[in-house]
Write a protein that binds this ligand. Structure first.
Ligand code: WT7
Length: 647
């Protein structure tokens, strides 16, 4: 396969060149803790740590004894320099308005909001839910929480009221920050009304702060709701950032696992900020004159780590966009890159596949010469798509950083260093310095070159999730039960990523995909079990099994197999199909609606009664089942499933 050494012009000014990377890698292998301690020196600490790394399996702590404030690192330390008047945030609304906030202005707004939250009684350690679209106020709200030591819980604006309620209750949020509505594809998405619905029976929430984005009229609940503009305009811009312990909880972010209940991934302050800062600086080769555009939504971890914390901690200029990539036309991103002179562009393979399908004429109509680096994240990128990104968007000049990481890892783990690494389309290449990743067999032995195995991380890293909020046992079970500490071999516990992978003879890691029941639809992580529980909650449904099949644009698409209760044998199947899709949208969000719902007589099960999703997966991908069916209870089920096409 063709490989791409870093272009000479890029190397000339790159932060890390080949020999430097080799040296950092060696240091990282010799002592990951010392490596990360050296990177921690670049943050602003109020008190230096006394112990860099403490482990009490499965929990870890980093920079113990140290205190800092994440918002102060992202704002105050720049405001005392020339960066006070540098653009921190260039925002573009979907209808076209542009707002720029300098570091000085962003700092003032965050201080105001910190004072507002404090006025409303939000205290250090409280949880604040943020349910907003892509507006600067979402960033301000996150940093204001960080500033006062409240733990933010950002819920993606595309999630339904039910999904929001579940996340508010599980996190025990005391305050919700939202907006009346968001603009999306020329339309409005009502967020405040979803909050009202979500909170109808929730006791913990005392206040809802509502940012007014549109001209729609919005009912406000007396005694609970306040307008953002009312409370912000009278608040002081003076606020002293308190010192918080390194392990103070910074945020909770819910993500899907292999059960029906989403996991509240908990990240803390010091380690998270050290690793997001270092990776943003070095994987994106960030410089002061860069204009950095990450297209992720603030509701996902990419928005947290690579719109907010990583870039702002580095004093970078970020571009943030509110709406759809094809609004008003399919060239919105290229138009924005041209107008804002974007130098670094970070997006997802599912988006690139869509751009490719929309056609070369859209990017070709724009001047993209400002770009110098491209990035991707979220799923494996097919080599043809990589090549298109490289040739048509990067004009064969820009290195591509394919970055592998997870909500749980908090920051990038496997990725090229653009001025040093020779890239190969389809692989995120090698673990970053200080990250000890390996591909192993189930028994823990390392796989040979090109052998498929499980991707593990053998030493905890600073931005690792500390637990599943309120559920240490689930944390242990999900990440540490596959490779627990082993006294006989002296092995410490290894973190299991849930991904299958292989490593080639050059040491590049190729991600094969999840080995659990987690799927990736248009870059959105979904647990098939969550969709199944939404389906079986319908009175007509007896059982449901949801699997994914490959999809040209979305990466994966959901196919649901359902069986009916005998009481429901006479229902109109077309109506039921619609009702089920609506139910999934109501329970989780539109992103989780199955592409296909197949009604089955029965589902294939093992003799112990477990649904054999593996067979269903094979059926929807290959169209037939040839794999091992010896544990199947009733072979005739397979025959009937084959004959059951959608219409
Ligand atoms: C899963 C994590 C990290 C932010 C977005 C997704 C897949 C992620 C890559 C990549 C191949 C990738 C993995 C991983 N994934 N990046 N560059 N190449 N696969 O975060 O929702 O927590 O999902 O996304 O399967 O486990 P997430």
């Amino acid at each position: 396969m063709k490989s791409y050494p870093p272009p000479k012009e890029f190397v000339a000014t790159a932060r890390i060149k080949h020999s430097a990377l080799e040296k950092l890698r060696k240091e990282g292998i010799r002592s990951p803790v010392e490596f990360w301690e050296r990177q921690a020196e670049h943050l602003l600490w109020k008190k230096r740590w006394t112990k860099a790394f403490v482990r009490k399996h499965p929990h870890v702590q980093w920079f113990v004894g140290g205190t800092l404030n994440a918002a102060e690192n992202c704002l105050d330390r720049h405001v005392t320099t020339w960066r006070k008047t540098k653009a921190a945030l260039i925002w573009e609304g979907e209808p076209g308005e542009i707002r720029t906030l300098t570091y000085g202005q962003l700092h003032s707004e965050v201080c105001r909001c910190a004072n507002v939250l404090t006025e409303l009684g939000v205290k250090k350690g409280d949880v604040v839910a943020i349910y907003m679209g892509m507006v600067p106020e979402a960033v301000i709200a996150m940093l204001a929480c960080a500033r006062i030591g409240a733990t933010h819980n950002v819920v993606f604006g595309g999630f339904s009221a039910d999904a929001l309620r579940e996340r508010v209750i599980d996190s025990g949020a005391v305050c919700v920050i939202t907006q009346d509505a968001a603009y999306r594809r020329g339309d409005t998405v009502l967020l405040k009304s979803a909050v009202d619905e979500a909170l109808s029976k929730v006791k913990s929430v005392k206040n809802v702060i509502v940012y007014k984005r549109t001209t729609l009229s919005t009912p406000m609940k007396k005694g609970r709701d306040v307008w953002w503009h009312d409370v912000m305009c009278t608040a002081s811009i003076v606020h002293k950032a308190p010192a918080l312990p390194s392990e103070h909880p910074l945020f909770i972010l819910y993500t899907s696992g292999s059960t029906g209940k989403p996991k509240g991934i908990l990240h803390t302050t010091g380690g998270y900020l050290v690793q997001t800062t270092w990776t943003a600086q070095n994987v994106f080769d960030l410089r002061d004159d860069d204009i950095y555009f990450c297209t992720a939504d603030i509701g996902w971890v990419t928005g947290h780590s690579y719109i907010v914390y990583g870039p702002l901690s580095n004093g970078a200029t970020i571009v943030m966009y509110e709406g759809a990539p094809n609004w008003p036309k399919a060239d919105r991103f290229w138009d924005m890159i041209e107008r804002h002179r974007v130098t670094i562009f970070y997006t997802a393979p599912t988006a690139i596949r869509a751009f490719m399908k929309w056609g070369d004429q859209w990017p070709k109509a724009h001047d993209l010469t400002s770009l110098r680096l491209l990035g991707t994240v979220g799923e494996p990128i097919n080599p043809e798509v990589w090549k298109w990104y490289h040739d048509v968007i990067g004009k064969e000049r820009c290195p591509i950083v394919d970055t592998w990481w997870q909500t749980e890892t908090g920051a990038i783990m496997i990725a090229p260093i653009p001025g040093a690494t020779t890239t190969v389309p389809g692989t995120a290449t090698q673990p970053l310095p200080g990250i000890l990743a390996d591909v192993v067999h189930k028994d823990g032995t390392s796989c040979k070159a090109n052998e498929a195995g499980l991707l593990v991380i053998k030493h905890p890293w600073p931005s690792i999730a500390r637990t599943v909020y309120g559920n240490d046992e689930r944390y242990r079970q999900a990440y540490w039960s596959e490779f627990p500490p082993d006294k006989r071999s002296g092995r410490d516990g290894w973190y299991f990523t849930g991904d299958g992978a292989r490593r080639d003879a050059d040491g590049n890691i190729w991600i094969i995909g999840r080995v659990d029941d987690v799927v990736n639809v248009s870059g959105h992580r979904l647990g098939t079990a969550e969709v199944e529980s939404a389906l079986v909650a319908h009175p007509a449904i007896a059982e449901a099994a949801v699997v994914a099949r490959p999809h040209e644009i979305k990466g994966q698409a959901l196919v649901a197999f359902v069986t009916l209760k005998s009481s429901a044998k006479n229902v109109q199947l077309e109506d039921l199909r619609e009702a089920l899709r609506k139910r999934v949208a109501d329970n989780i969000g539109h992103i989780a609606k199955p592409d296909e719902i197949r009604f089955a007589e029965a589902l294939p099960k093992t003799r112990s009664g477990k649904i054999m999703r593996r067979l269903l997966r094979e059926l929807v991908t290959a169209g037939t089942i040839s794999g091992d069916t010896t544990t199947l209870e009733d072979l005739s089920v397979i025959e009937s499933l084959k004959g059951n096409d959608e219409e």
